[in-house]
Design a protein around this ligand. Structure first.
Ligand code: NAP
Length: 273
């Protein structure tokens, strides 16, 4: 019988995960089927029970369920605990084990792009769920400093406190960044989905600095425009991170790590993004 996997969330019809995972399966000669399943907010527990009963071996979790999934897992990985969110479920006899591959996906994509992190002054814009998953993996790369900035003040402070035992995170609001300089700026806000760029003081990108955006497609445009205006030497969107976090989930499920470049290239209609 063909092994079954799914991505669940709402909305889900736009998800690129089925394309990515089915391409991984073909490339690695795995007999599996990966589908998108619409699961409305408030129905996650029922959906997970149903998928388990139907024999699914693994599930990816996306909005709006990432933060609710941990409490429905019989066990979660240390990195998912730190992130406070689960994006990958692995079937166990009794239920689901939860993991979070977002941070690993980011670091692998930055490495693929040959972006430097070690000894760099790194600024992360935003302090939502994605940032919680990124902090420990970024700190593990030994940046010279890691600053997290948000438009509203309390979440960076909370993150800095929460990760105190892992490493130093400097909390800021966007307005208080004036006068600081960063070698790498990572946009992890969802502002691009509203067609806007957070209000960041000019001059925070160091000469020769690089920019990376977690969003891709049309949502990436405002950050790219800003980064170009700041003179960024390198600018990348988050499509590579999406493919890398998927590859990490695939490796957890199937014990084989798929090659990512071919799938990534097939997702880009042109080389513009
Ligand atoms: N490429 C990938 O694989 C990947 C993986 C995960 C996430 N993502 C993307 O990363 C982004 C963040 O995801 P998330 O899960 O962390 O979302 P989230 O928990 O909803 O957090 C959103 C963040 O964006 C900020 N924000 C929203 N609108 C803003 C605006 N107009 N101006 C300034 N800041 C604004 C919020 O600030 P406040 O706290 O002030 O509201 C918050 O810090 C999303 O676009 C998501 O699609 C990509």
């Amino acid at each position: 019988m063909t092994d079954r996997y799914a991505v669940i969330g709402q909305p889900i019809s736009h998800s690129k995960s089925p394309t990515i995972h089915n391409a991984f399966a073909q490339a690695t000669h795995q007999d599996l089927r990966y589908e998108a399943v619409e699961v409305p907010a408030g129905t996650l527990a029922d959906a997970l029970q149903r998928l388990h009963g139907d024999g699914f071996l693994g599930v990816n979790i996306t909005l709006p369920h990432k933060a609710d999934a941990p409490m429905l897992c019989e066990m979660i990985s240390e990195r998912a605990q730190l992130a406070g969110a689960v994006n990958t479920l692995i079937r166990s006899d009794a239920g689901w084990r939860g993991d979070n591959t977002d941070g690993e996906g980011l670091i692998r994509d930055l490495q693929r792009l040959a972006y430097a992190i070690k000894d760099q002054h790194v600024l992360v814009l935003g302090s939502g769920g994605a940032v919680r998953g990124m902090i420990a993996p970024l700190l593990a790369e030994q940046p010279a400093s890691l600053t997290v900035s948000n438009r509203s003040p309390w979440t960076p402070e909370k993150l800095a406190e929460q990760f105190r035992t892992v490493g130093t995170v400097t909390p800021r609001t966007h307005a208080t960044l004036k006068g600081d300089r960063f070698d790498l700026i990572i946009n992890a806000t969802s502002a691009g989905h509203a067609g806007v760029m957070p209000r960041i003081p000019a001059g925070v990108l160091a000469k020769g600095g690089a920019c990376y955006d977690l969003t891709y497609g049309t949502a990436h445009a405002p950050f790219r425009k800003w980064a170009e205006a700041q003179g960024a030497t390198r600018i990348a969107d988050g499509l590579g991170m999406l493919v890398e976090q998927a590859a990490a989930a695939f490796a957890l499920w199937r014990g084989v790590r798929p090659e990512t470049e071919t799938v990534l290239a097939s997702l880009r209609p042109s080389q513009g993004a």
